[in-house]
Design a protein around this ligand. Structure first.
Ligand SMILES: Nc1ncnc2c1ncn2[C@@H]1O[C@H](COP(=O)(O)OP(=O)(O)OP(=O)(O)O)[C@@H](O)[C@H]1O
Length: 561
């Protein structure tokens, strides 16, 4: 059935009055639409529209556009009033006429809602939403997707810049959590050859089942007592316990001494905390056994605070080994590698292709371990990407923080941290702290403790706080912009969904302007890694800590020149 309007002097389409007579045939939604006719209608509308619009309607559009671009000129009160307003500021301007056009289009294009991967209980892995052009994510009807090649990459839509136009794309892609944390194995600590005292300590601290990497490391340690061990395992999978247990066991049974090397002071503090808890359970004074400064049986040091010439230890442990042996640090760390003693290296990622042969050469009888989930984007953490204009991002952040969730906002540069600080101050949000450049490890640790205890609810920082830190109260992660490397992305999101946690925080990454195009390449890589659930190192052979260091170095160089 064709309904037609004709010969009217004024046609009222929503609020818009068209002062010309014309004929328009509205298609019946039950009938398949003639695509050619639809395109012709659309073209006719678009050419006729500007002349047909009354001044009143034009004025309104100009006003809304002016409102949007004047964000920077607004003062604090005005901005606050803007955000308090009920209407969602992130919706693009949609006149009734646009709504009407959408209605026409809707029967032609099926909006994408859900993509399910066979084998994951048909849970939707990817959902796309956001305003703008939903056709980017359009699915073919009635097809099953074994791979994701048929769906256009979300990051492709990043190439066009965000404008004020009503056709603006503000797409959003959600990677939903489709499984629970799979890092825990089915074996318990009770089944290992650890000393009974240690087993009791573990049980008192509620550690019952081993994680996959803990199981692998302990089995290797007991079956091949002389071998060096290299273990790669996903973030938050209990690598610290995986090396502390062999260290404590050897000290208890044979009086063996150990040196644990890590990269940052606040990580050394965290390792000491866990070691002390276990030692206390044994009824021993921890200060006699473990220290960051003294020479005791178990020494914990950062790479930069150690003098390799004075060391003689039975066991040498390298935490965050990919960073310790990155090309930047190799001059120093290779000296430690040449020392005598059994070595245990644990890392969340593969070593770089250039560094690995150098590390391998220095290890004797070596056993490599790698968990299934290492180097992959975890599927138990919900992740979201949003493409917005910069001012919309500011509003979105404020909106998210209003929920009162404990949040980490990651920035790539301190300049961005200052911007976020100003934004929060503008909304009189004082419950935040920034991890600044010159902060010492004690100050960083204090800020983290304040965050964990709830004294502050927002922590702002660069990737200085993305590696190794074990947050328990974190509820939300915001990437102010895409991180420099996929390694950083994995590290950042790895602060949540950790072993032993009862909830998983959400992660959002914003992509704003075209200046970030190089970073958007990273988003593409991340997206591909999630869609295929393949290792990032397989998709990008350069994926490693070295690459990150290179990018940061290049950025500094460009900034200087
Ligand atoms: N067997 C276990 N059972 C339950 N929880 C565990 C177990 N082992 C470790 N955990 C907990 O898991 C969390 C993460 O552990 P840890 O910090 O050692 O992870 P990680 O692999 O070193 O992470 P990252 O790569 O981020 O440094 C800690 O809170 C720890 O208490």
């Amino acid at each position: 059935m064709i309904r037609s309007f004709s010969g009217k002097r004024f046609l009222n389409v929503g609020n818009a009055h068209f002062g010309r007579s014309f004929k328009y045939e509205k298609p019946d939604t039950q009938r398949p639409i003639d695509k050619a006719k639809y395109e012709a209608d659309k073209a006719r509308f678009q050419t006729k529209m500007p002349g047909a619009m009354p001044k009143r309607f034009l004025r309104k559009i100009h006003q809304v556009r002016a409102d949007q671009s004047s964000w920077d000129r607004m003062d604090t009160d005005e901005k606050r009033a803007h955000i308090e307003r009920e209407k969602d500021p992130f919706q693009p301007v949609v006149s009734n006429f646009d709504a009407y056009k959408k209605q026409i289009r809707s029967s032609l294009r099926r909006p994408l809602e859900v993509v399910s991967i066979p084998g994951t209980d048909s849970a939707p892995l990817i959902t796309c939403s956001g305003t703008g052009n939903a056709s980017n994510f359009n699915l073919q009807s009635n097809e099953r997707y074994q791979t994701f090649t048929k769906i256009r990459l979300f990051s492709d839509t990043f190439s066009s810049s965000v404008t004020d136009s009503t056709k603006t794309r503000r797409p959003e892609i959600n990677f939903n959590a489709v499984e629970s944390n799979r890092s825990l194995s089915s074996s318990s600590f009770a089944s290992t050859e650890l000393s009974d005292d240690l087993k009791n300590s573990l049980a008192n601290l509620n550690f019952v089942k081993m994680s996959n990497i803990q199981k692998e490391v302990l089995e290797t340690f007991f079956n091949f007592p002389e071998a060096d061990i290299v273990g790669i395992s996903e973030t938050g999978s209990g690598k610290t316990l995986a090396y502390i247990l062999p260290v404590l066991h050897s000290w208890l049974e044979k009086g063996s001494t150990a040196l644990i090397i890590t990269t940052q002071n606040h990580l050394a503090l965290q390792i000491r905390e866990l070691a002390e808890e276990l030692i206390q359970q044994l009824g021993i004074d921890p200060s006699e056994v473990v220290s960051l400064t003294e020479v005791v049986p178990i020494m914990i040091r950062t790479l930069h605070s150690i003098d390799a010439g004075t060391i003689r230890r039975d066991l040498l442990v390298f935490d965050e080994a990919d960073e310790v042996f990155s090309s930047q640090n190799f001059a120093k760390s290779s000296q430690l590698l040449s020392l005598e003693g059994q070595k245990i290296l644990l890392a969340p990622f593969h070593f770089s292709e250039t560094q690995w042969p150098l590390v391998r050469e220095s290890l004797g009888n070596r056993i490599n371990l790698e968990t299934d989930l290492a180097n992959r984007i975890p599927l138990h953490i919900p992740q979201k990407f949003r493409r917005l204009k910069p001012e919309e991002r500011s509003l979105d952040i404020i909106k998210r923080l209003k929920s009162g969730k404990r949040t980490i906002i990651y920035v790539n540069r301190y300049k961005e941290a200052v911007f976020v600080e100003r934004l929060l101050k503008m909304y009189e949000d004082d419950g935040f702290q920034t991890i600044r450049k010159g902060m010492n490890s004690r100050e960083v640790r204090m800020a983290i403790d304040d965050f964990e205890s709830g004294k502050i609810s927002v922590l702002i920082g660069t990737d200085k706080i993305s590696r190794g830190i074990d947050f328990s109260a974190l509820e939300q992660i915001i990437n102010f912009c895409p991180p420099y490397s996929a390694a950083d992305y994995l590290n950042r999101i790895g602060r949540t969904g950790r072993l032993g946690q009862s909830f998983v925080s959400s992660v959002i990454t914003y992509a704003v302007d075209s200046k970030e195009r190089e970073n958007l390449q990273r988003v593409k890589l991340i997206e591909e890694a999630v869609r295929r659930h393949s290792k990032i190192s397989e998709l990008d052979p350069n994926f490693n800590f070295d690459q990150h260091a290179k990018i940061v170095q290049e950025r500094k160089y460009t900034a200087k020149s």
